[in-house]
Design a binder for this molecule. Structure first.
Ligand SMILES: C[S@@+](CC[C@H](N)C(=O)[O-])C[C@H]1O[C@@H](n2cnc3c(N)ncnc32)[C@H](O)[C@@H]1O
Length: 288
């Protein structure tokens, strides 16, 4: 059941949360975990902008290789929203996640969509032994660096599994946005505690059971990608204004204008750099 090129993000399947133990139940989110569908509903700009960028990356890679189907690894895939969309577009997709519940949900989602995924339980840092060196045209690493033990080790492993000319798509929470959000809410001490250099992990006041999550500035993400031996590609800010204005976009009469503003500002450096989430590409340089 494969779609047309470029249609991959339109193919989605809702997974009933109760079908899979450990997967968040609507209205009762598990701390530190956000399903892709939930995030998409909350954030139309994320889905379209990141998907648009990846559609271009995939088109360039298929043109470069002459192969319409790519080998794609979604590391920390969660319930596999992106992965199933990509598999539905005809790509060979491997999902890697340490959580058996997440993998079960991804399998369920794939079965619903009538596509197959390869699922592997494991951690980002072990990617080379899990999927093989130089085995992927594209690695998706969305909302995962926040949780791994060592972002540098995770990206080094990602770099190893990319084929020359392959790309990693990194999406991560932005420290700057978290500081601004708290300061604008009058939570000055919390804002200050989140400033870069004020702590190894910039964490919410411990929600019960939540694993400490990191945030990154754009220079930090850029340095991590370069440090893994990858060429730093385009960077986009996701949810610049809607990240600062709770409820922005809820008004349907202005939602389209906000969406257009978000997309136009996404590559405008001073605004991009304060977005709630940062999206950045890393490219495996041939011959390295
Ligand atoms: C916030 S979810 C993101 C899911 C999905 N990538 C997305 O964008 O919606 C974080 C995921 O990272 C996984 N994860 C946590 N630690 C990991 C690690 N060391 N290596 C790979 N994945 C990890 C979690 O199990 C979870 O599925």
């Amino acid at each position: 059941m494969h779609g047309q090129p470029g249609e991959w993000l339109r193919v989605t399947a809702e997974v009933p949360a109760r079908a899979v133990p450990g997967v968040p139940i609507p209205g009762r989110p598990k701390p530190g975990w956000q399903s892709p569908d939930a995030e998409r509903r909350r954030d139309g700009s994320r889905s379209s902008l990141v998907a648009d960028v990846l559609t271009e990356v995939i088109a360039a890679r298929t043109a470069q290789t002459g192969q319409p189907s790519l080998d794609i690894v979604d590391v920390g895939a969660g319930t596999g929203g992106f992965a199933v969309s990509l598999a539905s577009a005809g790509h060979r997709v491997t999902v890697v996640d340490p959580s058996p519940d997440a993998l079960a949900a991804a399998r369920w989602r794939a079965a619903e969509a009538g596509v197959s995924l390869t699922d592997v339980q494991g951690e980002a840092a072990d990617l080379t032994s899990l999927v093989g060196t130089a085995s992927a045209d594209l690695v998706i690493c969305h909302s995962v660096l926040e949780y791994v033990d060592s972002p540098a080790a995770a990206l080094a492993a990602v770099a190893q599994v990319l084929r020359p000319g392959g790309t990693v798509s990194v999406l991560a929470a932005n420290t700057v946005a978290a500081v601004l959000q708290r300061a604008l809410a009058g939570r000055y001490a919390e804002a200050r505690a989140l400033l870069p250099g004020e702590g190894e992990r910039h964490e919410e006041p411990a929600a019960q059971g939540a694993r400490a999550a990191r945030r990154f500035t754009l220079p930090e993400l850029t340095a991590l990608i370069a440090g893994a031996g990858l060429r730093v590609g385009d960077a986009h800010g996701i949810r610049i204004f809607s990240g600062l204005l709770p409820g922005a976009g809820a008004d349907l009469t202005t939602a389209d204008a906000l969406h257009e503003l978000e997309e136009a500002a996404a590559t405008c450096p001073p605004l991009r750099d304060i977005a709630a989430r940062l999206h950045i590409l890393g490219i495996a340089v041939p011959g390295k």
